[in-house]
Design a protein around this ligand. Structure first.
Ligand code: B12
Length: 345
């Protein structure tokens, strides 16, 4: 049952040209228990931020007491909406990261929407988030009817696929909307589970971060364990494999022929990009990439990733640029391992 508040919010957003959203009451996530057991099994690896704020995660109303509803948004990131000026062409980088950082531009978009809502509802409160908040965003988006949780754990929509961000505006407004959730259309398909080279996906919508390529090359401050180095392939930042094989994304890719980039076709150009990363100081690297998601890995993390890609492509010409990293307190033994591998090839 929708009310005049629901109708007004919908109308304001539609007039702004926003299409992919749903206004719903702020509710508990359905999968708080699932999240808890995921943490207890150690599947969060060392992402300690996920262990904090359990109370907010399991009931956002405990933290945001004056908020009664949320507007949940999907924002497509393929093709990337802000890719201009992105410095790399050859490195294999997850689609979401091939441009400006969504934590800034998506949130800014949500802030602009808030301005319009504020003009109509001056006494109400609004807060915009994407990713940087302890909310179970996939769960809330599922409850909003924006997709189902796939076997790859991503939220998938039958027409939009899964290459989209989730963001939300929490508000003191009251929604009475009760949208239909989408059925699970994964069926018997196990393409994502089968495609994951590090077997990070379990067959019950559970991802073990300890085995996930994206965890190792984005979030971890450590170097990947020996057994994962070869299966991680040449992903420099993030990984899209469990999404690129998903039948629900195929149409998206067909519509945009520039998609694939599974492996760099131009090795000299790839080597040059790796050389740039290995030779810039950590500070210079962060300056170059500060407004992209790549900055999340930090200068040292990006060098770690560059070393692994160099080994994957047997780029022995990069040995002189890896050599100085032997003295790095965190990368030292990894650099030594890589140089040995490159010499042996
Ligand atoms: C930590 C984190 C990661 C970790 C762990 C990922 C994971 N699957 O747990 C790592 C670094 C590996 C990662 C990788 C990626 N991430 Co990430 N990540 C997050 C973050 C910050 C928290 C996720 C979390 O709580 N994980 C714990 C698990 C248990 O929760 P979950 O992943 O949300 O999964 C839910 C469902 O599986 C659900 N579930 C299982 N069965 C069922 C059944 C039902 C009915 C319901 C409702 C729920 C449900 O339970 C979980 C909790 O709701 C969120 C932002 C946020 N605040 O939510 C982004 C987020 C999930 N990531 C996102 C993206 C884009 C990615 C990557 C695609 C980036 C890349 N290309 O490299 C990959 C995808 C890898 C993958 N298959 O998940 C998007 C996902 C958008 C989408 N369409 O789903 C989010 C929502 C960020 C955003 N605001 O857009 N990520």
């Amino acid at each position: 049952m929708s009310t005049s508040v629901d109708q007004s919010v919908n109308q304001i957003l539609i007039e702004l040209g926003v299409e992919e959203f749903e206004f719903i009451p702020l509710q508990k996530p359905l999968s708080a228990q699932h999240f808890q057991s995921w943490i207890e099994k150690g599947f969060a690896a060392d992402m300690s931020f996920l262990r904090q704020s359990q109370a907010v995660r399991s009931d956002p109303r405990s933290e945001f007491q004056s908020m009664h509803s949320m507007i949940v948004f999907r924002h497509p990131y393929f093709p990337h909406p802000q890719s201009e000026g992105f410095p790399f062409r050859e490195l294999k980088i997850a689609h979401y990261a091939r441009g400006k950082d969504y934590h800034f531009w998506f949130r800014e978009k949500l802030q602009k929407i808030i301005q319009s809502l504020k003009a109509y509802f001056p006494d109400e409160q609004f807060l915009a988030f994407t990713d940087a908040v302890p909310l179970m965003e996939r769960d809330h988006a599922y409850q909003a009817g924006l997709g189902w949780v796939g076997k790859n754990t991503c939220l998938i929509h039958p027409k939009k696929g899964s290459l989209f961000f989730i963001g939300e505006i929490l508000t003191s407004l009251h929604s009475k909307n009760n949208p239909q959730t989408l059925p699970d259309f994964c069926g018997k398909c196990t393409a994502c589970i089968d495609a994951c080279p590090t077997s990070a996906l379990k067959d019950d919508k559970v991802l073990d971060s300890n085995l996930c390529i994206a965890f190792w090359n984005i979030e971890s401050k450590d170097v990947p364990p020996s057994k994962l180095r070869q299966p991680m392939g040449d992903w420099f930042f993030g990984c899209d494999l469990c999404q690129t094989v998903c039948p629900w994304n195929l149409k998206l890719f067909k519509d945009h022929s520039n998609f694939a980039q599974e492996t760099s076709a131009n090795l000299p150009a790839l080597e040059e990009e790796l050389r740039q990363i290995l030779t810039l100081s950590n500070k210079q690297l962060l300056k170059l990439l500060h407004d992209t998601p790549l900055s999340r890995a930090g200068g040292r993390g990006l060098k770690r990733n560059a070393i692994l890609v160099a080994v994957h492509h047997a780029l022995a010409g990069l040995i002189p640029h890896i050599e100085p990293l032997r003295d790095d307190p965190r990368l030292g033994s990894f650099a030594t391992w890589a140089i040995q591998e490159l010499k042996d090839l």
